[in-house]
Ligand binder design. Structure first.
Ligand code: GTP
Length: 400
């Protein structure tokens, strides 16, 4: 055939394999959504999973349990998945025990972070190049859910043993997109309000539902598309509603004096800046950004997440000055540009994505979007220095 000749196209029937397996990873519509369920000890995880496995909700769901120690056989007996229409069905037959015990360790054996920390597993299933060549063609990360005990949640946070300076329950909380504050039947409304305030200070970007026996419409916790490229409106709304940038609400904004060990209780270290047992959440309003400013913000986020340093740290580091260490475990944000475009930031550990979710020119008011954006960072050591640096890059300190 002559090189200039237009080749004849031959029609082919799509195979089941080709329909199931997209040729590129940017087509998650045909991949299976993965929800990571994590939660505090005894908070109601099994109760939720039992609901997921037994209720008539119309979803087709497979559950992979990542039990610590030798408890998988106990769980398989506790969670009886036989349903009333199949009373002969043996619940335990539905359980396939993972020989290696821990899912994150068996898949990525270099990863030794706490078993109960969903961060490494979430980042493994999201935007991981190695993974996207394998399992990622079939599965996409949909969201991370954390079940918190309304009775013991606060005590568990306060008494949690620390991994690398941050307790596991706080890591779970930080990594969550959705939180079930469960067992609210056992507490007064005031006590639940108090714990909810604590939780939303630590992770202002997660959506929280109060539940009894983990009763929840599964549509609220699954298929939420927290990480997919086509999350669009739902994700934008959830970010906007969850980022409550209230200037008021300082229930512990004070000078603790010299006796304070900065350990067992919470600190507001400025408006929208909160610290509890080594974990900080930092929220900043983002004004309407020029394209250049958005680019600078992207660079700032990249440096902070990839190198655990501020862009301006370079020079300081060369001068030999030891700088405070920090690490971002989770970030979320929404940015609007002067061209009218809306971008959403989603980040897990050092992975992040800033996705354009709405082109300029459309009617922002129609979906209730504000004229400014918001950014929340959750991690370790996110102090006033980090805040000032971020505010500077956003042009909030009157310099470019
Ligand atoms: N009163 C009350 N009890 C609950 C609720 N949710 C769960 N429970 C009970 O609390 C206990 C612990 O619940 P599980 O679902 O086993 O908790 P879990 O998170 O799976 O526990 P571990 O796997 O041991 O960490 C069980 O006895 C449940 O029946 C609730 O909302 N209210």
């Amino acid at each position: 055939m002559d090189d200039d000749e237009i080749p004849t196209l031959i029609a082919t029937e799509p195979t089941a394999e080709s329909l199931l397996r997209p040729s590129n990873t940017n087509a998650p519509a045909t991949t299976v959504p993965l929800t990571i369920i994590t939660g505090f000890l005894g908070a109601g995880k099994s109760t939720l999973i039992k609901r997921i496995l037994t209720e008539r909700h119309g979803y087709r769901i497979a559950v992979i349990m990542n039990e610590f120690g030798d408890t998988a056989d106990i769980e398989s007996k506790t969670i009886n998945v036989s349903n009333p229409e199949d009373p002969a069905g043996e619940g335990s037959d539905e359980f396939l025990e993972l020989a290696n015990g821990c899912l994150c360790c068996s898949i990525k054996d270099s990863e030794t972070t706490g078993l109960a920390d969903p961060g490494p597993i979430a980042s493994m299933f999201w935007q991981n190049e190695e993974y996207s060549m394998g399992l990622g063609r079939d599965i996409h990360l949909d969201g991370v859910l954390c079940v918190i005990d309304a009775v013991f949640g606060q005590k568990q946070i306060e008494e949690d043993h620390a991994v690398d300076g941050v307790g596991e329950s706080l890591r779970q909380l930080a990594a969550s997109d959705v939180i079930l504050l469960n067992k609210v039947d056992l507490m007064s409304a005031k006590e639940v309000d108090h714990l909810q305030t604590l939780i939303t200070h630590v992770n202002p970007a997660a959506t929280l539902y109060r539940t009894i026996r983990a009763e929840i419409d599964l549509g609220k916790i699954m298929g939420i598309g927290a990480y997919g490229p086509d999350r669009l409106l739902g994700e934008r709304r959830s970010i906007l509603s969850s980022l409550s940038l209230n200037d008021a609400a300082d229930d512990h904004d004070h000078d603790c004096g010299t006796g304070c060990d900065n350990g067992t209780h919470a600190h507001h270290v400025g408006p929208h800046h909160y610290e509890l047992r080594g974990i900080t959440s930092l929220q900043v309003r983002c004004p309407v950004l020029t394209a250049a400013r958005l680019q600078q913000l992207d660079e700032w986020i990249r440096t902070v997440l990839w190198e655990n340093r501020l862009p301006e740290d370079d020079a300081t580091a060369q001068s030999g000055q030891a700088l405070p260490r920090f690490e971002v475990l989770r970030c979320k944000g929404i940015f609007v540009t002067d061209a009218g475009a809306t971008h959403v930031l989603q980040g897990v550990r050092n992975l992040y994505e800033i996705a354009l979710v709405e082109e300029g020119g459309s009617e922002r008011g129609s979906v209730g979007l504000p004229d400014e954006g918001k950014l929340v960072l959750i991690g370790k050591g996110l102090d006033a220095r980090v805040r000032r640096s971020l505010e500077a890059v956003l042009g909030l300190l009157g310099r470019s």
